[in-house]
Design a protein. Structure first.
Length: 177
């Protein structure tokens, strides 16, 4: 499936299912709230309908969202961010598209990257009949994939799991010598 067709599937799914994409669990950014100062810039990459963006702003952060399937957030932000969070998004990306997403996240040059990745088949089915979770891989596979893209400049650690069916990671930019 081409990228634009993929995005169209999600646009249609969001429009038909008003409760879809409203997650934005605040506990998924717990570590960022501790590590960052108020007013720090955070990008919620794959923000859905923006609940976490709203929460972060209420907590005193400068927050933006990006989600190509949501008109309000469909313009990819530019500039530098102190942190990028990507919660319950990567499993929705076809495996062949992950490299592009990781490059986009790296382009923001964040000090911290917070990732939460579901490792199970979703209940949601897209209009074309495909499962909403395109890339279902075990945690160890995700660790290796993340390290292959970020390991040269970021330290990676698995963080407090919100549940047993996801893989939660925090990456921190290594200090330059």
């Amino acid at each position: 499936m081409q990228e634009h067709e993929f995005i169209e599937q999600y646009k249609e799914h969001h429009q038909k299912n008003h409760d879809y994409g409203v997650g934005g669990k605040s506990e998924l950014v717990y570590e960022l709230e501790i590590l960052l100062k108020p007013k720090s810039k955070i990008l919620d990459y794959g923000c859905g309908k923006g609940r976490l963006v709203t929460y972060l702003k209420e907590e005193g952060f400068t927050a933006d969202g990006y989600d190509p399937a949501i008109p309000k957030y469909s313009q990819m932000p530019t500039g530098k961010y102190d942190a990028v969070c990507c919660n319950d998004v990567l499993e929705h990306i076809p495996e062949e598209g992950l490299d592009k997403v990781f490059k986009q996240i790296l382009s923001y040059k964040p000090k911290f990257i917070s990732l939460n990745i579901a490792v199970y088949t979703a209940e949601a089915v897209l209009p074309n009949g495909r499962n909403a979770h395109e890339t279902i891989r075990p945690m160890i596979w995700w660790r290796d994939k993340i390290n292959s893209h970020f390991g040269h400049s970021y330290s990676l650690r698995q963080t407090r799991q919100v549940d047993h069916i996801s893989s939660k990671w925090l990456l921190e930019l290594r200090e330059s010598p």
